[in-house]
Design a protein around this ligand. Structure first.
Ligand code: FMN
Length: 486
């Protein structure tokens, strides 16, 4: 392999010849610039330089092999340059945000102090790098749907039953026939390594130890193979969340890859065709610039004269190739023609589409609005579940129905199950748990939910999940006081 030094590489810093260094290897990415999902400007900001720090947390290990032709893997950085980069890193002053994170990590409470999902979220929010926090916490427009997803649970009250035998209460259930210790799964969410160096593998190992199932995002920050290889036993189930690529051949290749790796089901996300407006995420670079320059003059904004507002943030680039032309008639039969895995539609946001999904023969439906991250004012999934149960109870016989969005308590899980859901997904809560405590945080979060679910089951007078039923909850038409969690 040829070697290059920093001076040689620095000369290739234009759109006509753009080289970057990643993990001490040199790549010519000129031909890829305009295919980069995050846009060419992101790469151009690092042209001719070491891009490792920016690249590594958000790209799976195999991304370069998948997207850059082998002849564009030019060679290695020479030894003198490697030492020079290492030295430069040592003397580089830490940013204010890095110092803040270091301090927060030192003061992180012991896991035993985390007694509910909210505690986990608050702890993680203090120690996440700001860029990660902005990506994880952001929601669409004014965050109305994000807030209401959680608030909807407060409109449903229980009819507890007493004098029923509940000893030996069992919180376990199944999802698509796979056993789970509680009716909760880790919903696929992108870029876990923004929050913790081990990223999605924390979910894999934590899920196994706690006996639940992980759904892996198309935009995971580890490769699908690395995650599959981290399974603690060969029969540990893994679900895959699919963003269908607009090119059917590329999409089929992705499906074949995960099928060969032994993934057990495909959750096709249908609510994310184009990037949405997530302002916390969009503002993150400006927030960070101001934070780093506190007390000093702000850098001039060379983008002031740009006509279009750039709303992509971290999220935008991830979905730029999604298929915008999916339909029930075309896409579901196409999926069936390329895979034998169960197909679940994730992102159904109204009763009419839930009915269509069941008619299309899907193996499951997730009532979800992407955690309030896509269309603001999409109804809370719990309300859609309630309406579905009232208006089309037959759907629950045809297919498994899950919901996600705003679930923070064992009682939230129980309410959804009483209304017919087979299980519920949690997105942010698991991202926060793994960011703050890695794999043990994931296990701890499941234990918290399990304790709360078991307590709720005792109070409802049931000893198994299948005894939960609609008469156990009532929807009130007044809005109770805001729960503390909001
Ligand atoms: N859903 C997907 O289908 N694919 C994704 O790649 C994806 N990435 C996400 C990244 C983040 C940071 C978050 C917060 C959510 C993401 N979601 C994604 C949505 C989740 O799967 C889930 O629907 C949502 O988080 C549930 O809401 P909750 O965070 O209130 O639990």
């Amino acid at each position: 392999m040829p070697t290059y030094n920093l001076t040689q590489i620095a000369q290739h810093n234009t759109v006509t010849s753009c080289w970057v260094i990643i993990r001490n290897k040199v790549y010519d990415v000129t031909d890829f610039l305009f295919d980069h999902p995050g846009g060419p400007q992101v790469i151009m900001g690092l042209a001719g330089r070491d891009a490792t720090a920016a690249y590594v947390p958000i790209h799976p290990f195999d991304a370069l092999d998948k997207h850059i032709a082998p002849e564009k893997h030019l060679g290695d950085l020479d030894q003198a340059s490697i030492l020079e980069l290492r030295q430069a890193k040592k003397v580089q002053a830490k940013t204010r945000d890095e110092l803040r994170v270091e301090e927060a990590l030192k003061n992180r409470p012991p896991l035993s102090r985390i007694i509910n999902v909210q505690d986990m979220e608050e702890t993680a929010k203090k120690l996440l790098p700001y860029k990660a926090l902005a990506y994880y916490a952001s929601a669409a427009d004014d965050s109305i749907t994000h807030i209401e997803n959680a608030r909807a649970f407060s409109r449903f009250f229980f009819h507890p039953r007493v004098m029923r035998s509940v000893s030996g209460c069992d919180t376990s259930s199944t999802i698509l026939g796979y056993k789970t210790s509680i009716p909760v799964y880790i919903s696929g969410s992108a870029l876990a390594r923004l929050g913790h160096p081990l990223g999605e593998v924390n979910f894999t190992r934590g899920a196994y130890k706690a006996g639940i199932i992980q759904m892996v995002s198309t935009n995971a920050s580890l490769s699908y193979g690395q995650i599959a290889a981290a399974r603690c036993s060969s029969d540990q189930p893994l679900f895959f969340q699919l963003y269908k690529h607009k090119n059917d051949t590329t999409a089929a290749k992705r499906i074949q890859e995960i099928e060969a790796l032994g993934y057990n089901a495909i959750f096709l996300t249908v609510d994310t065709l184009v990037p949405s407006n997530r302002e916390m995420d969009t503002r993150a670079p400006h927030y960070l610039e101001d934070f780093e320059n506190q007390g000093t003059k702000r850098k001039s904004d060379s983008k002031d004269d740009q006509e279009e507002v750039d709303i992509l943030g971290t999220a935008g680039g991830l979905i730029i190739n999604n298929d915008n032309d999916m339909t029930w008639e075309r896409t579901i039969p196409w999926m069936r023609s390329v895979t034998r895995l169960p197909i679940i539609i994730k992102g159904v946001q109204c009763v009419a589409d839930a009915v269509l999904a069941a008619e299309a023969g899907c193996d499951g439906i997730v009532l979800s609005n992407h955690g309030g991250r896509q269309l603001d004012y999409s109804l809370p999934p719990l309300e859609v579940l309630y309406k579905l149960h009232e208006e089309h109870p037959e759907v629950f016989k045809k297919t498994e129905v899950y919901i996600d969005g705003g679930i923070r308590r064992g009682t939230d899980v129980l309410k959804a199950l009483c209304l017919g859901a087979k299980a519920v997904g949690l997105g942010r809560a698991f991202l926060y748990a793994q960011s703050a405590y890695g794999e043990t945080g994931v296990v701890h979060l499941v234990r918290i939910l399990q304790r709360e679910i078991r307590f709720g089951m005792h109070s409802l007078g049931v000893r198994s999940i299948d005894q939960l039923s609609p008469e156990m909850v009532e929807r009130v038409d007044w809005q109770p006081a805001l729960p503390a969690k909001l």
